[in-house]
Design a protein around this ligand. Structure first.
Ligand SMILES: [Zn+2]
Length: 375
């Protein structure tokens, strides 16, 4: 799935990618970037050659892109007829870039949100990650909202042809955003590891991501030294590669309600229930015991505490919450201002496909009970 992608990671990635784009000598690139990001990183991007002359800009998308915004972007795409698309920002900007290209070129003329027929080909997409988190630069997925409902598009043609993750771009990131996006990378790595859809390769990538992000996240929030930002940028990329294979699980499935209704940043929203699932997913048997013929995801679910360097599910769940607090984030649903009365609605709106990818099957009734424990 990632076979066709060129990626530029780490210090110097920006310059390398700029050289590659110059070689393509684009006539009219479409650049998807928020106004804020352009003001903050425009100089660096232009110096590296990532805002080529003749660029047409699209700025009008929000943090969780909505359908109307994607429609507006796709009409800018059609008018500009770009030969290159450059999306710069966090998951939102990169997802917007993917969706605008897909929608503008869809097989059906006026597609509905759940009926976009993606056509392969078209101008290459260069995804430039400025936050180390979503890993969207490494995946063929894109998320958007229609009202409060989350939709996602998943098609190999959405995978950016060029991915760039350079820590130089995350230097101006405020601590809370570094924390939230870092937790997205961590949750994606843990969920990918225990997902039903995991493979040997995706587990290897997930471990690699954890090894980079876990030891560096609190330090990067408190004092974002270049080496820490570098580890986060690379780790987020590998976590993206891991979920591109395995997809995410229950914490992601439950998160969309928290983001849309309460405006909780995506990475924080997924982290809020992950501790619950460390316990739930470890409950399929005794620690260290793998009955012959057991599904590999059940074994992986029990391995999550060890993955976090803790010796029991309770210790791993406590560690996860402590890490959230240390990074300045609410660690439980009540701390985040969710009322017990909202749990049923949150579960009602769970994303069923992602929930079905959780290693342990959990009914909606049990979900409600498990999530109410923290109140
Ligand atoms: Zn995520």
């Amino acid at each position: 799935m990632t076979g066709g992608q060129r990626f530029h990671l780490g210090a110097g990635a920006l310059a390398e990618a700029g050289r590659r784009l110059r070689e393509m000598s684009p006539r009219r690139p479409l650049v998807v970037i928020s106004r804020g990001r352009l003001a903050e990183a425009g100089e660096k991007l232009a110096a590296a050659g990532l805002l080529p002359p003749g660029s047409v800009f699209f700025h009008d998308f929000s943090v969780n892109p909505g359908w109307e915004e994607i429609l507006a972007g796709s009409s800018v795409f059609r008018n500009a007829d770009p030969d290159l698309v450059i999306a710069v920002g966090g998951g939102s900007a990169i997802d917007a870039g993917k969706l605008i290209k897909a929608l503008a070129r869809a097989e059906n003329a006026n597609p509905r949100p759940d009926g976009i027929r993606v056509r392969p080909g078209g101008p290459p997409l260069a995804a430039v990650a400025t936050t180390a988190g979503s890993g969207s630069e490494a995946t063929p997925f894109a998320t958007f909202y229609v009202g409060e409902t989350k939709h996602s598009l998943d098609h190999p043609a959405l995978l950016p042809e060029i991915a760039v993750a350079d820590p130089a771009l995350s230097s101006a990131l405020p601590p809370r955003l570094t924390a939230a996006t870092g937790f997205d990378a961590l949750a994606q790595a843990v969920e990918s590891y225990w997902a039903r859809g995991a493979t040997t390769e995706s587990r290897r990538l997930a471990k690699k991501a954890l090894g980079l992000v876990l030891p560096n996240l609190p330090g990067a929030v408190e004092n974002p030294l270049p080496a820490r930002r570098l580890a986060l940028a690379e780790g987020a990329y590998w976590a993206g590669r891991a979920i591109a294979i395995s997809l995410t699980t229950a914490p992601h499935a439950l998160s969309y309600f928290l983001t849309r209704r309460h405006g909780i940043p995506h990475g924080h929203a997924v982290a809020l229930t992950l501790a619950n699932f460390i316990r739930i997913n470890a409950e399929s048997g005794e620690d260290g015991e793998s009955p012959p013929g057991e599904a590999p995801w059940l074994t992986a679910g029990r391995e999550a505490p060890a993955l976090l360097d803790r010796d029991s599910p309770a210790a791993a769940a406590a560690f996860w919450r402590e890490l959230l607090r240390r990074c300045g984030l609410a660690a439980t649903l009540p701390e985040a201002g969710i009322s017990p009365g909202e749990i049923a609605e949150m579960v009602e709106r769970v994303n069923p496909e992602r929930l079905a990818n959780n290693p342990v099957a959990v009914s909606r009734g049990r979900l409600i009970r498990e999530l109410r424990v923290d109140f």
